[in-house]
Design a protein around this ligand. Structure first.
Ligand code: PLP
Length: 406
């Protein structure tokens, strides 16, 4: 008899967003007094930049001509040189020297954050921030690295609280349990906090001292506006011997429907005498056949000066929304974090109100969909997350409605 991976059975009732979806559907069926405005799920709403659309059209036309048609991409793990070189140059422009064979192009940072576990033993001790992007936790649970779910936490994971007191950045772990794998996301989903170079340096030094590996998710790096805040972990001295970086075109260039991302694994990163770059190369070469040619051309177009200018406009639009949300919620008397270097606003719920209760209140009274902080981990209780990815007029209206309700 085929035996299933029983770790899947240990996963709690599903991903956060299905529960939000269930509540929203139930409320919609009651004929709400106003149309719903969704500031919940972090999906982009602006169309692709003209330079990207043009590149896709050109590449699509090439696919329809015998001489320029492309089948499987035989270059490194299905990534064309033109894209890897463009990514390498974009790092160089920020003073970070990454070799092109340290860059692995994929269909998403979500896939890579999940799949990276394939190259690590099930025995590793994993540390996650709390609150956390749920993918890190669930994929480790599926792999059997998380232990048992006790209704609030996984028994084998180390949770690193990120609270207002520590500026939403984790302190180094205390006690004897040293994490082998450490997930850090900056700018952070859900808190919107972006780590400083000093904060990251502490973890880089820790990881090098303990032979741990930092899994650094910088899917939102393009939203950083504060000067001096690192866009890449590789801006930190010592990171090349202890860190893997995940990046994505999803939020930087509106590619959530296009699907293209990349992971950087320095050749200097070795554990147990093995090169993690080579292990990942082997893993991707075996399980992945690359991103479509048309999409790789589209991604390349985002890195040209023209594409950069156009995608920056979209980011500025979202950051203006973030400011509208921040200012509105502050006016309503809430304490608000994030939204400066990230498209997420992390707002404290009113005294004594739980995050699901506050979510329900805003849904039912303002017809605005948010995300309850508790869905991101125990330390998310007492917060809600709002996203700045909506339409500007709708965002403005949502904020006005919230202000009225409060
Ligand atoms: N990492 C973080 C922190 C995210 O919030 C998201 C998407 O919401 C992703 C990765 C997923 O990126 P991609 O669309 O490239 O899979």
């Amino acid at each position: 008899m085929a035996k299933i991976n029983e770790n899947f059975l240990k996963l709690p009732g599903g991903y956060l967003f299905p529960e939000i979806g269930r509540r929203v559907r139930a409320f919609s069926a009651e004929n709400p007094p106003m149309p719903l405005i969704r500031l919940g799920i972090g999906d982009v709403t602006l169309p692709l930049a003209p330079a990207v659309v043009e590149a896709m059209a050109k590449a699509t036309a090439e696919m329809g001509v015998k001489e320029t048609f492309r089948g499987y991409c035989e270059e490194t793990c299905g990534a064309y040189d033109f894209l890897r070189f463009a990514i390498r140059d974009s790092y160089r422009a920020r003073g970070v020297d990454i070799a092109d064979d340290e860059i692995f192009v994929s269909d998403g940072a979500k896939s890579d954050c999940g799949n990276i576990g394939d190259i690590f033993s099930v025995d590793n001790v994993v540390a996650v921030c709390d609150p956390v992007y749920p993918v890190y936790v669930d994929t480790n649970a599926m792999a059997g690295r998380a232990g048992e779910y006790d209704g609030e936490k996984w028994t084998r994971l180390i949770y690193l609280p990120c609270t207002a007191e520590n500026g939403f950045f984790p302190a180094l772990p205390e006690g004897d349990r040293v994490p082998d794998l450490i997930y850090i996301c900056s700018p952070n989903n859900p808190t919107g906090a972006a780590a400083t170079a000093e904060q990251l340096k502490r973890w880089v030094d820790y990881a090098n001292a303990h032979d741990s590996v930092i899994l650094f998710d910088s899917a939102y790096e393009a939203f950083i506006t504060t000067p001096g805040v690192p866009h890449s972990i590789f801006e930190i001295p010592g990171a090349k011997t202890c860190a893997i970086e995940f990046r994505s075109f999803s939020k930087t260039a509106g590619f959530t429907g296009n699907r293209c991302a990349y992971t950087v694994i320095p050749k200097a990163l070795e554990r147990g005498g093995a090169s993690l770059n080579q292990l990942w190369n082997r893993r991707q070469g075996t399980k992945f056949n690359g991103v479509p040619y048309v999409i790789q051309r589209a991604a390349e177009a985002t890195l040209t000066p023209e594409g950069q200018a156009q995608t920056q406009e979209a980011i500025a639009y979202y950051l203006r929304n973030a400011q509208v949300i921040r200012q509105g919620l502050e006016k309503a008397g809430l304490t608000v974090y994030g939204g400066v270097d990230a498209p997420y606003i992390w707002a404290r719920t009113p005294e004594g109100v739980g995050s699901w209760d506050f979510f329900d209140k805003l849904l039912r009274q303002a017809c605005v969909v948010t995300t309850p902080g508790a869905g991101f981990g125990p330390s998310g209780e007492g917060y809600i997350r709002l996203t700045a990815f909506g339409d500007a007029a709708a965002t403005q209206e949502a904020v006005e409605r919230i202000v009225k309700v409060l």
